[in-house]
Design a protein around this ligand. Structure first.
Ligand code: LLP
Length: 387
């Protein structure tokens, strides 16, 4: 992993804004998740929704991870990028008939309602196959994270709630074209209270697993979803998230069941830190109380700050030696929320200074839009510069 300022000359020749991915850091991260997972006997499925860049998906699939998809297109993209179809799980509250039909043959549909279970059964029957299904459970666990990215509460639209468990078990025993394989959970994202939140998730998962087993439904796997948080404040201090802590928490809180494998679905923790959104300062606006640095990347390229009030560290790539100044760093979009950061202290910048918006590899490019009819930011990869 090289310091981003080492790329300053190469970046100066490129049109901004663009995403830059440190593929060496991604490889290190994937290596570490694999090492920790094999130590605790955990099977990792990368949550494709976090970043769908084909080059990155090839690195992740080559390391032997499975995939977690939430749309038919994500299932197809995962297959195209080397994930075996039988290592792909598919969640989502609104799977269409076409998406279900095309996905038959995957490792498991994570089924979110009783009606969906019947629809999958009917579609599989019409194709003359049996679909492997797992029930997505809403475990009632608070992820202590932003309300838009907490998913495991009764008020959220995801999964089945306890009142539906008996009916689900009865239905599974009756339907002929679905085969029960396990349970699926996901409590939220950017979870930093790792031991507390994932510990609670494991305790609930164990209770619910006991119920389904008592119904004579054997569990081939329990999928605990994703959610491990990353260090947005100081990414260089923690470029690789603490997978060891996450997986040891699972191992310590979920009693082992013979014949039941444990799945996880990390997205952010795999790809966030390897990505930066590189942008250029267009204008400096001096006001009496503050100074704006207007840059050429906007909320259409990375919506997290505008949508969640999310913090992304911003580094200057050419500030060596310059004295620090405070700026409100803002984008070009005609919305007041198009702000990258207020009162950010960075080396003094001027028109043309390159800035890197850090930890942008997850939920960055995938959530971009063409608002204001702006172009999509292209992607560049460190391995192409290092040759
Ligand atoms: N599995 C399921 C069923 C999920 O819904 C998600 C994320 C994941 C796995 C992966 O979670 P992760 O490891 O990435 O936390 N756009 C938001 C995050 C939305 C997460 C949605 N579900 C953001 O930018 O913070």
């Amino acid at each position: 992993m090289k310091d981003l300022s080492a790329y300053k000359n190469a970046f100066s020749a490129l049109e901004t804004p663009f995403y830059f991915y440190d593929t060496e850091l991604l490889s290190r991260t994937v290596e570490e998740v694999r090492r920790a997972a094999s130590k605790y006997g955990i099977d990792v499925h990368y949550a494709v929704k976090a970043n769908v860049e084909e080059r990155l998906l090839h690195i992740i699939s080559a390391a032997g991870l499975g995939a977690d998809a939430v749309s038919g297109n994500e299932v197809s993209r995962a297959v195209e990028c080397g994930f075996p179809k039988n290592r792909i799980v598919f969640a989502g509250v609104g799977k269409t008939d076409k998406e279900i039909r095309n996905a038959l043959g995957i490792e498991a549909f994570n089924v979110e309602s009783l009606q969906e279970l019947e629809v999958i059964d009917a579609i599989a029957a019409s194709e003359g196959v049996v679909a492997d299904v797992s029930l997505r459970i809403n475990p009632g666990v608070d992820a202590h994270t932003h309300k838009f990215i907490t998913t495991g509460l009764e008020a959220n639209k995801f999964g089945l709630v306890p009142e539906e468990f008996q009916a689900a078990a009865d239905l599974l025993k009756r339907l002929k074209s679905v085969r029960f394989t396990g349970l699926h959970f996901h409590v939220g994202s950017q979870i930093t209270d790792v031991q507390d939140v994932f510990g609670q998730e494991c305790v609930r998962a164990n209770e619910i697993a006991n119920f389904f087993e008592s119904q004579g439904l054997a569990l081939e796997h329990i999928d605990l979803g994703g959610g491990l948080g990353v260090d947005y404040q100081t990414p260089d201090r923690n470029p690789v998230p603490d997978f060891e802590l996450w997986f040891s928490t699972i191992a310590n809180n979920l009693p082992k069941r013979p014949g039941t494998r444990i799945f996880t679905e990390p997205g952010r923790s795999i790809v966030a830190q390897c990505g930066s959104l590189v942008t250029k300062v267009l204008y400096i606006k001096e006001r009496q109380t503050k100074t704006f640095a207007v840059v050429d990347a906007g909320m259409n390229n990375l919506v997290r700050p505008a949508l969640y009030g999310a913090y992304h560290r911003i580094d200057s790539l050419d500030g060596r030696g310059a004295s620090a100044r405070k700026y409100d760093i803002v984008g070009p979009i005609c919305e007041s929320s198009d702000v990258w950061g207020t009162d950010r202290e960075i080396p003094e910048c001027s028109r043309g200074t390159l800035l890197a918006i850090r930890s942008a590899g997850a939920y960055g490019s995938v959530m971009s839009s063409s608002y204001n009819l702006r172009d999509k930011a292209p992607a560049y990869f460190s391995e192409d510069f290092n040759k």
